[in-house]
Design a binder for this molecule. Structure first.
Ligand code: SAM
Length: 283
């Protein structure tokens, strides 16, 4: 069926797939880094796209933001200092700040316009930006990590765009070496790692690069994400110390997060890997 003019379509030529939402464009701008567009969709609320790729929608962002933050925060024994690289829509920052044990959360976003447009079109994601524990820093996450004080961070969350353009350098051994140096001895990193169906090779390469950089263990977690290619997405956790992934799944604390997708069962389920993924990531 041909689509009329009132549809947003993301074509992923490399995988022969496409995703569409009935939508009308509200805003478009080219920043020094990328082209940002905001859409009003018929059934998914507002949608932000960057360089033609879906980033965040009102309807399904909770899946990604909760699963990029709560599993890692509940796997770390005492996450006090958190740094988010990218994440300019502020949805991950919002989830991180729901954890009372977090004392500081710094969001390092290269493109200030992503945050300003999120404040305008996704205000519900930005409702913790004024939290005294939050710092919004606008600059390149690669350089920021190079300059970070050694041993100063408990958890790094890499909430970036796909590994092209300004995000390309966030997916390699060089960057992971800087992250390891910046992490405290029992520190962890979690990074969005694309689709376990469409991008398994990339996930394998990421885990290899994380181990080559010196991380003792890597783990994959997976969750649904309707607006991303294949509708199935993943995060990769790298631990500086072996045996570090010890979940603190306290029911009362989880209830207090007021999450829509995350709970003790979905935490455990996220780390349960399909057979072919397990084989691909076996070391
Ligand atoms: N959830 C999304 C996904 O997986 O497609 C990511 C959303 S978030 C808006 C991604 C952000 O990463 C963008 O705002 C982009 O500007 C930022 N980014 C890309 N490269 C970066 C870098 N080198 N340093 C800091 N932020 C970066």
């Amino acid at each position: 069926m041909a689509l009329d003019a009132h549809w947003f379509t993301e074509v992923m030529a490399s995988t022969g797939t496409a995703f569409s939402l009935k939508a009308r464009k509200l805003h478009e701008e080219q920043t020094p880094y990328q082209k940002i567009e905001i859409w009003d969709t018929e059934t998914f609320g507002k949608l932000m796209t960057i360089d033609g790729c879906t980033m965040v929608s009102t309807r399904d962002n909770f899946l990604y933001h909760e699963m990029m933050s709560h599993p890692a925060l509940n796997a770390h024994p005492h996450p006090k200092t958190v740094v988010i690289v990218g994440g300019g829509d502020c949805g991950t920052l919002r989830e991180v700040l729901k954890h009372p044990e977090v004392q500081s959360a710094t969001q390092v976003e290269i493109d200030e316009r992503v945050t300003r447009l999120s404040e305008q079109y996704f205000p519900e994601l930005c409702d913790k930006n004024d939290d005294p524990r939050a710092t919004l820093f606008f600059g390149d996450g690669i350089q920021w990590m190079k300059d970070a004080t050694p041993g100063s961070i408990d958890l790094i969350i890499i909430d970036s765009t796909d590994p092209v353009g300004p995000a390309e350098g966030l997916f390699g051994k060089k960057f992971y070496l800087d992250c390891i140096r910046a992490l405290a001895p029992n520190g962890m990193l979690v990074q969005q790692s694309e689709s376990p169906l469409l991008h398994l090779e990339l996930i394998q390469e990421m885990h290899q690069a994380m181990r080559d950089a010196g991380f003792a263990q890597t783990h994959l977690l997976h969750f649904p994400q309707v607006i991303y290619p294949s509708g199935w997405w993943s995060g990769s956790i790298a631990c500086k110390q072996a045996g570090a992934l010890a979940a603190r799944l306290d029911d009362a604390a989880i209830d207090a997060l007021d999450a829509k997708f995350y709970n003790a069962e979905t935490h455990r389920a996220a780390f349960a890997l399909p057979t072919y993924v397990k084989k691909a990531l076996a070391v």
